[in-house]
Design a protein around this ligand. Structure first.
Ligand SMILES: NC(=O)c1ccc[n+]([C@@H]2O[C@H](COP(=O)([O-])OP(=O)(O)OC[C@H]3O[C@@H](n4cnc5c(N)ncnc54)[C@H](O)[C@@H]3O)[C@@H](O)[C@H]2O)c1
Length: 380
């Protein structure tokens, strides 16, 4: 009989685990979450109790033959160790972004997954959401003609986020490696692999004092150092010939400006924040105002876990999964190339490559407008 579900263990029961566990419970029947673990026993036990799953040590998870997939939701600094141990134990892994911290670690994990013949999928999975899949549909249908250039830009205030989640001001967690994951993955899904990078990065005002008392911030009045860049201006050249500009600033306003604009021979495509699943996608044609393009795909609300669910269906159906490690490695190498280009004052050529993931089937809107359910699209 065909296997119907993949059994998953969650490693890391922090902020994002709730979004995953709620969405998996509500939308993704292909995943059966059976266990969880965390270095913080209180978090682990609370998560286990809330979701009716078993608290286990990581060694117990690795030794359990009934667990197929490790869902790595730890902080970026722990991604490499947790993923490596799971791959070595012969388990499939879905990891939060980025794949690791150091480039060599990322390359090693991809090689290890290949050697072991197991899946490694890496977030963000917002690229499977309604907005980015609708943008892909517009592009693939030729509605803006040949895509030539893009601008991608985000401003954020990381004093807000960095005082709640200190990993955001450490190596592997800057705006480039954190939010950059969403932007570079959305662009990878549209244009394929990046080939060359020329960039400048800098850190404005690296020594700060904690200023927030909300959201359990523990650093009020304490001096801390921002160890990473908070300004990024990069030029990217894709294999497909597309040229683009990536601008990031994490020392600006909490009210964010986000978005990607793609300029083609026959039109302009306006995309919303790639950190979200939904949002308005607009198309502008010659001598016309931009129109909001009707969504062609489902998953418009917070659907974190859709990438892991798509990987679970791919394991069951024995076909490639979309949130593939080779795309994640090119995204990761691009972020590293941006820092290297700035540090060394040169154009950096990338080694990694990947084939663009197939788009999800169109027509499966959130309540199954054209089909039974949006999850059905993942099974095809
Ligand atoms: N917070 C968000 O909004 C958000 C959104 C999308 C993605 N992410 C990504 O999710 C990941 C986790 O982020 P978070 O915000 O949930 O962080 P968090 O600090 O709230 O949670 C991480 C958890 O992992 C645990 N952990 C760390 N090392 C571990 C280890 N070796 N073994 C077991 N547990 C370990 C920590 O104790 C903590 O409970 C990051 O990669 C982040 O980029 C976060």
């Amino acid at each position: 009989m065909e296997k119907k579900t993949c059994k998953i263990a969650v490693v890391g029961c922090g902020v994002i685990s709730k979004a995953y566990l709620n969405a998996i419970r509500d939308y993704f029947s292909v995943i059966e979450v059976v266990a969880c673990t965390d270095l913080d026993a209180e978090r682990m036990n609370k998560t286990a109790e809330t979701y009716g799953i078993k608290p286990m040590t990581y060694d117990e998870i690795l030794a359990d033959p009934g667990i197929d997939v490790v869902l790595n939701l730890t902080n970026p600094g722990a991604h490499y160790t947790i993923t490596k141990a799971a791959l070595e134990a012969g388990k499939h892994v879905w990891s939060e972004k980025m794949i690791a911290v150091d480039l060599e670690q990322g390359r090693e994990l991809v090689k290890l997954a290949e050697e072991k013949g197991v899946r490694l999928g890496v977030a963000p999975d917002t690229f499977l959401g309604s907005a980015i899949q609708t943008a892909r549909y517009i592009l693939d249908k030729g509605l803006i003609g040949k895509p030539l250039t893009f601008t991608a830009s985000i401003s954020r205030d990381y004093s807000v986020f960095g005082e709640i989640l200190p990993h955001l001001r450490k190596k592997g967690g800057s705006i480039l490696f954190d939010m950059g994951g969403y932007y570079l993955t959305a662009l990878a899904n549209l244009f394929g692999p990046v080939r060359e990078v020329a960039a400048f990065t800098a850190t404005n005002d690296p020594v700060r004092k904690g200023s927030r008392v909300d959201n359990d911030c523990k650093y009020f009045g304490e001096e801390y150092t921002i160890e990473v860049s908070n300004m990024v201006a990069a030029s990217l050249k894709y294999d497909s010939g597309v040229l683009g500009t990536l601008h990031m600033n994490s020392d600006c306003l909490y009210t964010e400006t986000t978005g990607i604009t793609v300029f083609g021979t026959d039109g302009i495509l306006y995309m919303p924040d790639p950190n979200k699943f939904g949002g308005e996608v607009k198309l502008q044609k010659l001598k016309a105002e931009p129109i909001v393009f009707p969504a062609t795909h489902g998953f418009s609300v917070n659907s974190r876990g859709v990438g892991a669910a798509e990987m679970a269906w791919s394991i069951i159906r024995n076909r490639p999964h979309r949130g593939d490690m080779h795309m994640a490695l090119n995204v990761f190498e691009t972020a590293h190339a941006i820092e290297t280009s700035s540090a060394e004052g040169r154009v950096v050529k990338l080694e990694s490559t990947f084939t663009r993931p197939a788009p999800l089937p169109a027509g499966y809107l959130d309540n199954g407008f054209w089909g039974p359910t949006a999850e059905a699209a993942l099974a095809l």
